[in-house]
Design a protein around this ligand. Structure first.
Ligand code: ATP
Ligand code: MG
Length: 143
């Protein structure tokens, strides 16, 4: 296994439910290091750009409204097998199908309002980290 980076978003429902610390705690306990983090209230253009891959899907407009409904916490996480590990901690997209003990099983209301985002591959992770942290970069964690 390799050291990877992935892009994580605590979506507006996660922030509104005061789950930032709980969710970051789960990531850290699983061995992931936070190498970048910020709170952002996404503009419509930022949300549309981020989810451009879904622009033809019937739920796209709702998804953009949801993602812009309040602030989100965007972070970059680093660790062994980080992309798959982070998605495992989040659980399946639909919380009704998510494994017990995952973030979505424990806290999500619906397939749309599902608390978190996680990159789905190392290539998309690199693009998504650039999308949110491009000008600032992320930190090297040597300790
Ligand atoms: P994310 O990309 O947010 O990590 P994911 O990779 O598990 O989630 P995707 O298929 O990429 O799932 O969908 C992106 C987001 O769009 C989902 O997390 C959810 O908020 C929303 N979404 C996905 N499918 C549906 C659906 N059928 N109805 C409503 N919203 C949906
Ligand atoms: Mg996805």
């Amino acid at each position: 296994m390799a050291i990877e980076r992935t892009l994580s978003i605590i979506k507006p429902d996660g922030v509104q439910k005061n789950l930032i610390g709980e969710i970051f705690g789960r990531f850290e306990k699983a061995g992931l290091k936070i190498v970048g983090a910020k709170m952002v209230h996404l503009s419509k253009a930022q949300a549309e750009g981020f989810y451009a891959v879904h622009s033809e899907r019937p739920f796209f407009n709702d998804l953009v409204s949801y993602m812009t409904s309040g602030p989100v916490v965007v972070s970059a996480l680093e660790g062994e097998d980080a992309v798959a590990l982070h998605r495992k901690l989040l659980g399946a997209t639909n919380p009704a199908e998510a494994d017990a003990g995952t973030v979505r099983a424990d806290f999500a209301e619906s397939i749309e309002e599902n608390i978190g985002h996680g990159s789905d591959a190392t290539e998309t992770a690199a693009q998504e980290i650039e999308y949110f942290f491009g000008s600032d970069g992320v930190c090297a964690r040597t300790r």
